[in-house]
Design a protein around this ligand. Structure first.
Ligand SMILES: [Zn+2]
Length: 220
């Protein structure tokens, strides 16, 4: 059983690495955005509570989010382990996760921290462009469309999401620094943190992650 957390700032490449790792280890990649939508859609008790917050334009509480994660990892497809992508987001969530997992005799084995410098993060995030027609994603520098501003797949117009504008990015990175980055120290103290250099090819980074997991597993 391999229970993992993927940690990293917005733009560090968590989503992409998560897809690879889920395949390699045969475990589901779990993002809180997905399970939140699923709970609301299926009108579960936690979903109904979450919806009440969302309808007011308020943030869903840590307690509800952790509850949903615990329900999710209790499902059969997590018998061999799970990969949490973008959760926990703060120390309170991390502590609650640990406490609730321990009730079922489970724990986190590895926390993969994909580390990328701030300038590179800003470059990556601010270059993102989305197609208005088919939602295909491009990058002005790293994966540009054949014709500037136009989707290769459907010819639709490309735009920059408000989330990807530079002032919003600076805000998102600041929130990450203040709320989520303290988890690096938290998990380092527990001997679970595996630091990974997030600059380089996707497959090279995946190789660095599996190498770090192998080394850490040999030591236990
Ligand atoms: Zn398109």
């Amino acid at each position: 059983m391999t229970n993992m957390i993927l940690l990293g700032a917005p733009g560090a490449g968590k989503g992409t690495q998560g897809v690879n790792l889920a395949k390699i280890y045969g475990i589901p990649q779990i993002s809180t955005g997905d399970i939140l939508r699923e709970n609301v859609r299926n009108k579960t008790p936690l979903g109904a509570k979450a919806k009440a917050f969302m309808d007011r334009g308020a943030l869903v509480t840590d307690e509800i989010v952790v509850g949903m994660v615990i329900d999710r990892v209790a499902q059969d497809d997590c018998n061999e382990g799970f990969l949490l992508d973008g959760f926990p987001r703060n120390l309170a969530q991390a502590a609650a996760l640990e406490e609730m997992l321990s009730k079922s005799g489970r724990s986190i084995d590895h926390v993969i921290g994909i580390e990328v410098g701030k300038d590179e993060l800003i470059k990556r995030l601010s270059g993102r462009r989305i197609c208005k027609g088919c939602q295909a994603s491009y990058h002005a520098v790293f994966s540009p469309p054949l014709e500037t501003g136009k989707c290769d797949k459907c010819g639709g117009e490309l735009y920059q999401r408000d989330d990807d504008k530079e002032e919003t990015i600076a805000k998102r990175l600041k929130v990450y620094d203040e709320e989520t980055h303290p988890l690096v120290e938290y998990y380092t103290d527990k001997g679970l943190y595996r630091a990974i250099d997030g600059i380089g090819g996707v497959d090279d980074i995946t190789g660095a992650i599996t190498g770090a997991i192998d080394r850490a597993s040999d030591n236990t």
